[in-house]
Ligand binder design. Structure first.
Ligand code: NAP
Ligand code: MG
Length: 404
């Protein structure tokens, strides 16, 4: 069989530890035999980041701006312990943070769903994708612990020295104070990424804040979203038969729980932090969560939501057998290849991505799973735990059949 051709390179960002091992296995077994893989390779593994003084991370983000689609392996975010372990000259910043800042993107997380593992919320039938605005609010707030009696004021001084004041509270006892901000430019980027991704995946977009209580702050989020929707995306949404729907955060929570899934839920920074953990836990496993960073101008970086699975890697180094789940990393590749195929008008590549995901689901439906999933399987289904290599081999057999 002739290998499937690509025209534009995919930006390939290699990573660390167990996911780096899986990365190579996935390429060797599931991609290279079938696709004439064209990638521009960036090694974001910690040793290479150290060697290049982290330049490689920046270069990989610029390459994503240039080519439009990237696929990323999980990477270590150094802490004190890693600085010692890898003998680092600096505690390099999180590559995900660096890439997100350069692309100004929003992260969308969605679970991979299979029949034999039912979500805790039993009416959820389709994935719920969470979009979190990863800028500002409480994460960039200034805080004061008030010990004395006194008046707290919010003061804004414009560039001409003119002050706008608002009394926050006249303290008659000790208390706490917090000042938060956000920027129209960041909220606008967030909105564009959300509307673009909704169109891209043909799913409705829900957005929630607390604008009834926060009449200027949250109201700004609501109005900017509404305005951008009306001006730039409404026609396309109507053509696709999807909707943009704004509601209060508490109403959204109630609706989400009662829903079937199958939409994108956009959240402010804090809401997204909390809700994405709730939704992913209710769907089952971190190893089955996919993640894609979408920039406001439509650049895509696909990855798994989980980390480098350090605990498994240390076992692997000792020569012990590991059963690490490669699903989310395989889906990062299939997502990126599909997007490349769509952009370059290569139906064969899109078809390959579909067949690859189909073969993964078929393997799980046949009861062949990694260890993490076997424990989650519902009554009435049987499953056998295999190691990562055997799991990938089982996917390959099914992929070959599907492509024949
Ligand atoms: P982790 O790598 O996500 O793993 C946490 C635990 O979740 C694992 O020990 C394992 O549980 C389970 N797990 C996660 N993915 C799995 C998979 N594919 N298959 C089977 N089990 C899986 O998180 P971490 O241990 O907190 O972080 C490790 C490193 O990853 C850190 O250096 C961190 O900086 C980095 N990290 C990177 C990213 C990223 O690049 N996007 C994201 C998060 C963390 P059991 O041990 O119980 O089997
Ligand atoms: Mg969190």
């Amino acid at each position: 069989m002739a290998k499937i051709k690509m025209t534009t390179p995919l930006v390939e960002m290699d990573g660390d530890e167990m996911t780096r091992i899986l990365w190579k296995m996935i390429k060797d077994e599931l991609l290279l035999p079938f696709v004439d893989l064209k990638t521009e390779y960036y090694d974001l593994g910690l040793p290479e980041r150290e060697k290049t003084k982290d330049k490689v991370t920046f270069d990989s983000a610029y390459a994503t701006q240039k080519y439009g689609v990237a696929v990323k392996c999980a990477t270590i975010t150094p802490n004190k312990q890693r600085v010692e372990e890898y003998n680092l000259t600096e505690m390099w910043k999180s590559p995900n943070g660096t890439i997100r800042a350069i692309l100004d993107g929003t992260v969308f997380r969605a679970p991979i769903i299979i029949d034999s593992i039912k979500p805790v919320v039993k009416n959820w039938k389709k994935p719920i994708t969470i979009a979190r605005h990863a800028y500002g609010d409480v994460y960039k707030a200034s805080e004061i612990r008030v010990e004395e009696l006194g008046k707290a004021e919010l003061v804004f001084t414009d560039k001409n020295g003119k002050e706008t004041r608002e009394t926050i509270y006249d303290f008659e006892c000790p208390g706490v104070l917090q000042g938060q901000y956000n920027k129209d430019s960041s909220i606008t980027s967030f909105a564009h990424s959300c509307f673009k991704y909704a169109i891209d995946t043909k799913q409705s977009l829900w957005f929630s804040t607390k604008d009834t209580i926060s009449k200027k702050y949250d109201q700004t989020f609501k109005l900017l979203f509404q305005d951008i929707y009306e001006k730039e995306y409404k026609a396309k949404f109507e053509e696709l038969g999807i909707e943009y729907f704004y509601t209060l955060i508490d109403d959204a929570v109630a609706r989400v729980i009662r829903s079937e899934g199958g939409y994108i839920w956009a959240c402010k920074n804090y809401d997204g932090d909390v809700m994405s953990d709730m939704v992913s836990t209710a769907f089952g496993s971190l190893a089955m969560m996919t993640s894609v960073l979408v920039s406001p101008d439509g650049k895509y970086e696909y990855e798994a939501a989980h980390g480098t699975v350090t605990r498994h890697y240390y076992k692997y180094l000792k020569g012990e057998e590991t059963s690490t789940n490669p699903m989310a990393t395989i889906y990062a590749w299939s997502g990126a290849l599909r997007k490349r195929g769509e952009l370059d008008n290569l139906p064969e590549l899109v078809n390959f991505a579909d067949k690859l995901e189909g073969a993964c689901i078929k393997t799980l439906d046949d009861g062949i799973m990694t260890k993490d999933l076997v424990g989650l399987v519902d009554e009435g289904f049987t499953a056998t735990a295999v190691n990562s290599a055997d799991f990938i081999k089982a996917i390959r057999e099914r992929l070959e059949k599907a492509l024949a």
